[in-house]
Design a protein around this ligand. Sequence first.
Ligand code: NAD
Length: 489
Amino acid sequence: MNTQANIVEQIWKEYIFQGNWIKTNNLSRDIINPATGEMISTVQLASLDNVNSSVEIAVEAQKSWKNTSFESRAKILRKAAQFFEENIQTFIDWNVQECGSTLLKAGWEANACIEQLYMASSMPMAAAGEIFPSSISGRTNVWQRVPLGVVGVISPWNFPLLLSIRSIAPALAMGNSVILKPSEFSNVTGGALLAWLFQMSGLPEGNFQVISGESEIGEALVNHPLVNLISFTGSTAVGKKIAESCAKQLKKCVLELGGNNAMIICEDADIDTAVNNAVWGSFLHQGQICMQTGRHLVHRSIADEYIQKLKEKASSLKVGDPSSPETQLGPLINANQHQKVCRMVETAVEQGATLECGGQGDQLFFHPAVVTNISKDNPLFTHEIFGPVAPILIFDDIAEAIEIVNSSKYGLAVAIHTARTAWAYDLAKDIKSGMIHINDQTVNNEYHVPFGGMGESGYGGRFGGPANFDEFSQRQWVSILDKGIQYPL
Ligand code: NAD
């Protein structure tokens, strides 16, 4: 780690970031490396009073930030991208040691953050409105974009940098101030390092702050009357609570939630490509991805070959120390998650499913598992797993497969493998899913394409490209008359 980052580490142990590092006597939380169980740092937590003072600071700071020229806002975001690039190894190292990310995953995520920051830097100059005609002579009607004010970002631990930056950067670009509540399992990678990043980017003080803590800190942010938008990425259960609280306050919220994503492998699929894709979709980052391929639906005519090849490939993957370049799967994030995945697989096997390979490993490790003979209503097939497990169901008829896919309460991503691409494109409109990938796997994210789910996977909006303008600003109608008119009353 570089010296500058070492200095910041000494700071986040005792200070919280409210636009500047503020010393507190609050509680701190240990940072544990999930691969070794070792304590590797501590982070100072925010109190409920700190949430209130952060919001007050953000409200004040935003008053001048919203009037900052678009060139200045763009320059700060470009500076943030450059700083990220210059210090990329620090971001990668923390992602590996705090979150159990492999070097491959952490490297991909870091580069994606740089792209997000550059993309957001183009927004201030592109925030166009529209001019409308008027029925009143001499009147001009325009609608323009204005910021929302204070944006609360609540993020998960699985992609702690990217899933925070994808909201923070466009929110700042549109002239909002931002308060981030990172996950308690990624307080450094998804919290303290971002404080460092935005401080070094030259962002005026108070426009970005970090409040680390558990759910009550997130709830306080959601319930604060001066926070105007909550941008949340996390579980469906927590998303529902946030939606309820926001509805009571008539507060806008954008929720990106859980998933149980299906991959349909048709009889005419290229089996080797489908297997290669399935390995990525089910096992990348130990399956701890909202878009994880959690349901494999394979046509009976090719099922034996698909299962055999997937089993061989899954068994060959290297599980272990995520900081080693050869490792393909690191540990699960914590003991709760590990126990949950172990229990789901054990229960499915007790109920008649077959564990073809993989399963529970030592400590927080779990070997990539392929499970067959599973019923379509088994929880291992119907629930989000968030672990490296590939449950396989065989189908005979595509209509039956689509019905099974659509029976999920989720609707995030679906992949279809077939030689009939035009047919699959036509099929897409019958599938309840926010994102459909033909001849690919379910874990896909292109920053300029609006991202989001249907059903219980998403609510309130989408992220990325043109969608970012609508999520992080509001429309205002302004009409202008050169000279006042007289009304007949
Ligand atoms: P989580 O819902 O447990 O926690 C997410 C964040 O919410 C954390 O910062 C947590 O502290 C906070 N939180 C918890 N209770 C809260 C409350 N009552 N009020 C306000 N904040 C609260 O999720 P997680 O375990 O961190 O992440 C995994 C989940 O996130 C999975 O379900 C996964 O599918 C989902 N996810 C979705 C996407 C997407 O883009 N759709 C991306 C990544 C992860």
